[in-house]
Every structure is written in C-alpha cells, then in structure tokens.
Design a protein around this ligand. Structure first.
Ligand code: MRU
Length: 350
C-alpha cells in the first residue's frame, strides 16, 4: 500500500495545493495557494479542516509568506512575517494544532534570524515539509497502538472525519481503523453523518469506500439506538484540543456519543497526537469553541430549509469530560482513564 494514498496537502514546485473538502465527494479538485492570506482563507472556509491538517496548512502558509518576502529587506521581511502569523492565528480558534504549528514555525524563524531572508524562507519550507512528514509517521504510530485495542470483527463508531483528509495522511481515528485492517482484523465502521457540515457522510464515508473498508452511514441521532441494540463494539474519534486534565474537545455531537457510550459500557477512545494536548489549560472549560455561520444549520449549500426568522446556534465543537474517556491513543502509547498526572507522565517519559 502506498504510504499516503490521499494527499490532503501537497507542495508542487513553488506552491501549496489542498484538496477542496467542501465539494467532496461530488467533485475532487485541488486548489492552489501562494500566500499566508490565501491559506488562512482556505482554513476558515474549510477547504482544509481537521486539526492536524490545519496545522500543516498553517505551516505552509508561513513558508509561502517567507518565500514571497525572500528578496525583500530584513525589515520588510520581519513586518511581512508578523502580518502572516497574525492572519493565520485568526483563521480558526479551537484546533490547538494551528497554534502549535505556528509557534514551531516562529521558533524556527527566530533560530535562523541572522540568516538572509532567502535562507530563512528555505529553512521554513523545509520545516513545513517536516511537520507534514512527521504527522504521517505519528498517525502510523497511533494506528499501531490503537489497532491492538480493537477486537477482530469490531463494529466501530466514529464521528466527524479524523481520517487522511483531516491530517497529512493515514488519519488519527481512521488511522487506527486502517492499521487494524492492515493487521488483518475484520473491522467495520459506523459513521455518524456529522451535522451540520456532514464530515462523516461526505468525507469519512468517501475515505472508507475508496479502500473497501465496510462502512455504514447513520444520522447522528441513531447512535444511541444502535448502542442499545448491541450493534456497536467501540467508539474512536479524533480531537481538536485536549486540556491538561484529559477533557476532549471534538466535533459537535461527540459529547452525546460519549455519554451514551458510558451508559452502554462501550469503550470510548480518542486518537490524539501529543501536539493536540494543550497543557497550558487545566480543563476543557478553557477551550475556545468556534461558532460558525448559521446558514450551515438552516440549510445545505444553496438550499435553505429552516423557517425564515428562526434564531440559530452553531457551535462547531463540544467538550467531553475526561471521565468519559476510556483511553487517549497517542504516538507514545495509550493513556487509559486520563488524568493530569498520567498525561504529564507520558510527556516526561522517553
Ligand atoms: O470542523 P472540522 O471539520 O475541522 O472538525 C474536525 C474534527 O472535529 C476532527 O475530529 C478533529 O479535528 C480531529 S482530526 C484528526
């Protein structure tokens, strides 16, 4: 199997290309990006989405801007870069990977600040490539730890899309499923459609169908019924940010699934690269929750079905308390029943 079948983001000659995830699965198309501003727009408008993919995109946004200023004076270069960091930081608020990747790019720039803008730009481009390649490697490691948790024949519910499309490749939650299938296990997936943006129906279903991994689509309000009928053996989701105590922010609707899993005694796993753990906040109540445009709820694309004049809420994420989490699957191993202490120990271990 090729290491990276779905190239969510790719560097082509002198620019970034990203699959337009807004139009999948009806159309498959790459869009080209050549500045921090255009990448920030791609993140905000959900051309690219999913925490690790957003981080990779932001890293390339920084590199692109540095390349745009590589022939400028040192002063112009610094001003241009500050503006790029600012624009990218404002693109989406919840996924910590965005801030993590920008911090890493800023540190790389500062380490090399005595070089010419051209040399700094090339260093930043290499760093962006490294972030992308590391992401695939990390997903593979999480995949092998997570695959061991799934029994042969497991029917696994997932919510949203935490697949190759949400990362540089392989995926986090879907990476665990892919790794279990590669290890010879018979796994079938149940995907919640993930209203309102339909990441489950459009993206997770598309990814699994591409690879002939059996998948059944349900609307989000059906998962409790299937759990009560004994039709779900495990749940695996991705995450946008995990607080220092193990509280998990993920796509809206995840919390409902986690509560139901507790009731039905079904393991609830979160595939979580260490870059998604934000130890600067002690609990999930400090995680900023993005509110998205209301037309995502009142209809889909050009079609509006809700009554004119109705008031609408559209929080894009919710927080699942750590005590509902069976395990955080990381690239350094699984943290069962996560707590602040266990998370800190994992960070401090070799
Ligand atoms: O709004 P999105 O599509 O960016 O939300 C994505 C999710 O909630 C994913 O589950 C999360 O980012 C983990 S992706 C590996």
């Amino acid at each position: 199997m090729s290491e990276n079948k779905i190239e969510t983001l790719r560097w082509v000659e002198d620019h970034l290309e990203m699959i337009d995830q807004r139009i999948l699965p009806a159309d498959f198309q790459y869009i080209s990006y050549n500045s921090a501003l255009s990448v920030a727009d791609g993140i905000r408008s959900m051309v690219v989405r999913g925490a690790p993919a957003i981080g990779c995109a932001a890293a390339y946004g920084v590199a692109l801007e540095a390349l745009n200023f590589q022939d400028a004076s040192v002063d112009e270069f610094s001003k241009g870069m500050e503006q790029a960091f600012k624009i990218l930081l404002q693109s989406r608020p919840t996924a910590i990977n965005l801030f993590w990747a920008i911090d890493r790019m800023r540190s790389k720039m500062n380490e090399n600040i005595s070089l010419t803008p051209k040399k700094i730009a090339n260093t930043l481009l290499s760093e962006a490539h490294e972030i992308l390649n590391e992401d695939i490697e990390i997903n593979r490691k999480m995949g092998s730890f997570g695959a061991e948790l799934l029994p042969d024949g497991a029917r696994v519910l997932t919510h949203c899309n935490a697949g190759a499309l949400a990362t540089a490749g392989h995926g986090t939650a879907l990476g665990v499923i892919r790794s279990a299938v590669e290890a010879g296990k018979k796994i079938s997936v149940i995907a919640g459609e993930t209203r309102p943006f339909l990441q489950g129906a459009r993206l997770t279903a598309w990814e699994m169908v591409q690879e002939d991994i059996p998948i059944t689509l349900i609307s989000d309000n059906m998962s409790g019924h299937l759990m009560s009928c004994g039709e779900i053996d495990a749940i695996i989701v991705g995450t946008d940010r995990v607080a220092g105590n193990g509280d998990v922010a993920n796509k809206i609707g995840t919390y409902m699934v986690a509560v139901l899993s507790k009731r039905h005694n079904i393991p609830f796993y979160v595939a979580c690269p260490l870059s998604t753990i934000d130890r600067s906040i002690s609990s999930g109540s400090d995680i900023p929750i993005e509110e998205r445009p209301i037309d995502e709820v009142t209809g889909y694309r050009d079609y509006q079905w809700a009554a004119e004049g109705v008031s609408v809420r559209n929080p894009a994420f919710d927080v699942t308390p750590a005590d509902l989490v069976t395990g955080l699957i990381t690239e350094k191993g699984v943290i069962f029943s996560p707590t602040t202490e266990k998370i800190n120990n994992l960070f401090n271990s070799n």
